[in-house]
Ligand binder design. Structure first.
Ligand code: FUB
Length: 611
């Protein structure tokens, strides 16, 4: 058994006696204390984060440091995703050195970019024929793969590493890479070929800072460039100095410079002599991904990816960001009333993941006392039952459902039977009582000795009158349950945030027009409700909000359920807020609707929840 803190690679390192003894002492001192959320993945070592925002989720591409490494021994890349920045789903490894017939080793730092419905993954590897580093490109139809070598040979190969790709607003794509130099080349629109020759970006001290003590490397630039544009300014965030590295950045008026060094983003810290940046904006916030050696057994070759939320300064400069064990705040809540993958995890102890015979991944190598924490689960007015998809080649065990810590209240306990195989899946269900409001959910696994069972997915059922008050909130049943506040036309749309459909509203003639539902018989006077809705515009960039019109004793009050949030056509944005709904006298009408603060832009709505 692995006890807090976790130790990646239980499959390979089954017992670390001295360490477990120390950890048991720690647990005895702080029983059931809620855990930190950084590093964001604990069951394997991860490095070199490259985030990508697509359709309302952050996809995170990483390398994988092998357990016990004493060098950058990396054979595969991994994909993770999250809709809330704290619960991360493991999508396994859709790309490895074996995907490239011409490569022999070193699955180092890469990046994925999306273009024309395809996803291109640029990765450095050792070229077998030359023994030098080259950069390959893989392509997929989905952000989670499968990825395949797009050209059957290196795209560029000059012995240098760490590709980053940036597509400018005029459509021109640039590939940058390099250590010890910094190169760029203009990619063609097919993203798998280039025009012109690789060009060196002059590493001047004005552009990249001054390094002392190494005459061969006068500037701070070391490796790991991450290039992007914000408000017309081009940023190059990179690993600086060696060793240990810190993260610095430069800015420029254009994609190829001239660059001006702007200072430190993240100082040297965190038990790994390398660091590696990745920056995205998601749901109105800015996020900085990096790696460190913070897990047990962690260090320079056994690294872990972490994330911090930050705000740009008014002049566009990046503030100094320090590593924390707290991580980023959660965006919204996790909905327990839709199927959740067992491998969606904020924190865990003792588990590992593997490919599931039913598709996707499952959680396995579960032993007595192991657990998974799922953060910020919105139970609303209450859950009545829990179902999990499980398999066991032995005699199974049980899943305890606890709130807020491993020793928190037990709201349900599901027995897991032996099923005759580790991939022989059955559903198991149990009654749930006392799960209301928003809590961290702990799935605590119990049983005899050895491996107990595997879990593929889980889902709660809402108590009668509880759960999501919005009917067909996921829009998977077309426009059923929905009307329009004022004027407009509703239809089902194949561009979905989750599942296969969303709700489209077009033909609005006033800002208050939008998809609506009657909640008159569903609301409780004085109760606090949390709303979430995912919205995407069909053209402009309107500010969208969810509102309820409450009519009682002939008076109508318009209550904001979420703040107004700017949405755009490029991806999904979540509206979220909490409001107490109260009225005097008898409620005669309560209408939930999604509107804009101004204008009549058409928009899409999906995964609406009010509970
Ligand atoms: O992970 C291997 C190498 O370490 C990466 O390519 C560099 O950026 C450094 O993080």
């Amino acid at each position: 058994m692995r006890v807090f803190p976790p130790f990646p690679g239980k499959r390979h390192v089954r017992r670390v006696v001295a360490w477990v003894a120390a950890a048991l002492c720690a647990v005895a001192l702080v029983p059931g204390v809620a855990r930190a959320d950084n590093p964001i993945i604990q069951h394997i070592y991860t490095a070199d984060p490259a985030p990508l925002v697509h359709n309302g989720r952050v996809y995170l591409y990483t390398g994988h440091d092998e357990d016990g490494s004493t060098w950058f021994t990396m054979k595969e890349w991994r994909v993770w995703s999250s809709a809330d920045m704290v619960n991360w789903t493991d999508h396994g490894s859709p790309l490895s050195i074996a995907s490239f017939s011409w490569a022999s080793a070193d699955a180092w730092a890469g990046q994925v970019v999306a273009r024309n419905g395809k996803f291109y993954w640029y990765v450095p590897m050792t070229v077998r024929a030359t023994g030098r580093m080259g950069i390959g490109v893989a392509v997929a139809d989905s952000p989670t793969g499968p990825f395949r070598d797009a050209i059957g040979r290196p795209l560029v190969s000059n012995g240098e590493i760490d590709p980053t790709v940036f597509i400018d607003t005029d459509g021109q794509a640039y590939l940058y890479w390099g250590n010890p130099n910094l190169w760029y080349v203009k990619l063609n629109s097919d993203m798998i070929s280039y025009s012109g020759s690789p060009t060196q970006i002059p590493l001047t001290t004005a552009g990249f800072g001054t390094r002392t003590g190494d005459a061969s490397r006068p500037t701070l630039y070391e490796e790991g460039p991450w290039v992007y544009k914000r408000n017309g300014l081009y940023y190059n965030v990179f690993a600086a100095k060696c060793c240990s590295e810190f993260i610095g950045y430069s800015t420029a008026p254009g994609p190829t410079g001239p660059w001006t060094y702007r200072g430190t983003v993240m100082p040297t810290q965190g038990s790994s002599f390398t660091n590696h940046p990745g920056i995205v904006d998601f749901n109105g916030g800015s996020y900085f991904f990096y790696h460190n050696g913070a897990l047990p057994g962690g260090g320079g070759f056994t690294r872990s990816v972490a994330v911090e939320k930050f705000s740009y300064n008014a002049d566009g400069s990046i503030p100094t960001i320090n590593m924390t064990s707290t991580g980023a705040p959660q965006v919204g809540t996790l909905n327990p009333y839709v199927r959740q993958e067992a491998e969606t995890i904020a924190w865990e102890s003792g588990i590992e993941t593997e490919a599931a015979s039913e598709g996707g991944m499952d959680v396995g190598w579960i032993e007595n006392g192991d657990y998974i924490k799922v953060k910020g689960v919105g139970f609303g007015t209450g859950a009545s039952s829990f179902t999990a998809r499980v398999a066991s080649a032995t005699s199974g065990g049980a899943i305890e459902l606890r709130l807020d810590s491993t020793t928190g209240p037990v709201v349900g306990r599901c027995t897991v039977p032996g099923t005759g195989g580790w991939q022989t899946w059955v559903n198991t269900s149990c009654t749930v009582t006392g799960a209301t409001g928003t809590h961290d959910l702990y799935l605590r696994f119990t049983g005899g000795s050895g491996n107990l069972f595997n879990v593929n997915w889980w889902q709660f059922a809402a108590a009668v009158g509880g759960g999501n008050l919005i009917a067909n909130g996921d829009a998977e049943s077309g426009t059923s349950g929905w009307g329009v506040m004022g004027s407009g036309t509703l239809s089902s749309n194949a561009a979905a945030h989750g599942g296969a459909a969303s709700l489209s509203v077009t033909g609005r003639t006033a800002s208050w027009n939008g998809p609506s539902q009657d909640l008159t018989s569903k609301l409780t006077n004085g109760k606090s409700y949390t709303t979430t809705a995912w919205v995407r515009s069909q053209g402009g960039t309107p500010t969208v909000k969810a509102t309820v019109a409450l009519t009682a004793n002939g008076t109508t009050n318009y209550v904001a359920l979420t703040p107004g949030t700017t949405v755009n056509p490029d991806g999904w944005t979540m509206l979220t807020g909490t409001a107490t709904l109260s009225w005097s006298g008898t409620l005669s009408g309560a209408t939930f609707y999604v509107e804009t603060t101004a204008g009549t832009d058409s928009f899409l709505v999906d995964d609406v929840s009010l509970q």
